[in-house]
Design a protein around this ligand. Structure first.
Ligand code: PNS
Length: 159
């Protein structure tokens, strides 16, 4: 069984993430999409909500497994017998940081990282940008799945 993980904050999942997840699901038998909990990075959505959104938007992909974890990516990989970490690279600006993480992870446990070029339609997209646009009433429907757009509007209305 060939397994890969797409790790991230997913606060919230965007169409850019979804594109990477779907392409990874064509390459591997099982793709784990793991929400990593980062205490220093306060989120707009609770981890449970991020998981719900990920479940909803990947429901058509039976080999995609939604999960969460607190700790190192390499420990997560060991616990699920995952050999490969998949990371989307949007632009050169992503590369330095991703390269250092990939090298650290490989040095720690031999896990490999596969860099997947982001679809050019989403090369500017990030969860942070989406949240900022939505916060000021901008339309993010071209950037996130419908269910996420609805939840963003509802969450920001509450605040
Ligand atoms: O969506 P993000 O916020 O860019 O995701 C970052 C994430 C979760 C992939 C990164 O912070 C991470 O790998 N965290 C897990 C902790 C870890 O393994 N740190 C060492 C990496 S070398």
């Amino acid at each position: 069984m060939r397994r890969a993980v797409c790790p991230g904050s997913f606060d919230p999942v965007t169409l850019g993430h979804l594109d990477i997840i779907e392409r990874a699901a064509r390459l591997y038998d099982e793709v784990y999409v793991a929400v990593f909990m980062n205490a220093s990075k306060g989120g707009l959505f609770e981890v449970e909500e991020r998981l719900e959104m990920l479940e909803e938007v990947t429901a058509d992909h039976p080999n995609v497994i939604i999960d969460s974890f607190q700790g190192l990516v390499v420990d997560y990989c060991k616990s699920r017998e995952i050999e490969v970490v998949i990371k989307g690279i949007r632009a050169v600006s992503d590369f330095d940081y991703e390269l250092s993480m990939a090298q650290m992870n490989h040095g720690l446990s031999g896990v490999d990282t596969l860099f997947m070029p982001t679809n050019r339609l989403y090369s500017f997209l990030s969860s942070s940008l989406v949240k900022d646009v939505a916060k000021w009433g901008g339309d993010v429907s071209a950037h996130v799945p419908q269910t996420v757009a609805r939840r963003l509007v509802a969450r920001l209305r509450e605040q």
